[in-house]
Design a protein around this ligand. Structure first.
Ligand SMILES: [Zn+2]
Length: 170
């Protein structure tokens, strides 16, 4: 006989959820960065040796995480940011408030993050964020530690962008 049971979802949840476009509170940013640093060790990057983890805060207040996962056929690789966003989307989430990203070459140990520059999201991930955010209201946080980080709006990282509304007929 097998026992098949639901486990606790093991996600952090911020209550009340920070509003879209509002300044993300410091303690929430720190919690997101900590969540990303906690799973950085799970980054699977045997080819590039560039480890990345991300924690994305959705409009429900839940924080979902992801790491980069590479493949011997390198085009199959997925970034940590998209892994986290798709994790959230699979649970029915559709609106990003903020994302925290940590990473660097040979940085599976968070203590190594300070040795390298901030890890910023690639162009593909920026475009995927665009589907789930208002560019001027989403915060992108790139961190070396809970207190050492830089942040931008998605609009600043992806100006004059193409998004879902551009597919609508006038
Ligand atoms: Zn990416």
């Amino acid at each position: 006989m097998y026992s098949i049971e639901l486990t606790d979802e093991k996600l952090l949840r911020v209550t009340p959820p920070p509003a879209e476009g509002a300044e993300v509170p410091e303690e929430v940013k720190a919690a997101m960065i900590r969540q990303a640093m906690d799973i950085l060790k799970n980054s699977y990057a045997p080819y590039s040796h560039y480890n990345v983890a991300a924690a994305v805060l959705m409009s429900s207040g839940r924080i979902y995480t992801g790491v980069n996962v590479e493949s011997a056929l390198l085009t199959n690789t997925i970034c940590a940011e998209r892994n986290a966003i798709f994790h959230a989307a699979a649970q029915g989430e559709r609106r990003i408030i903020a994302i925290a990203i940590v990473g660097g070459p040979n940085s599976a140990d968070p203590d190594d993050l300070a040795k390298h520059d901030y890890c910023t999201p690639c162009g593909v991930c920026r475009q995927v964020m665009r589907d789930f955010a208002r560019p001027d209201r989403m915060t992108v946080i790139c961190a070396k530690s809970e207190t050492d980080y830089r942040e931008w709006t998605l609009e600043q990282l992806l100006p004059e962008s193409f998004g879902p509304e551009d597919l609508e007929e006038d």
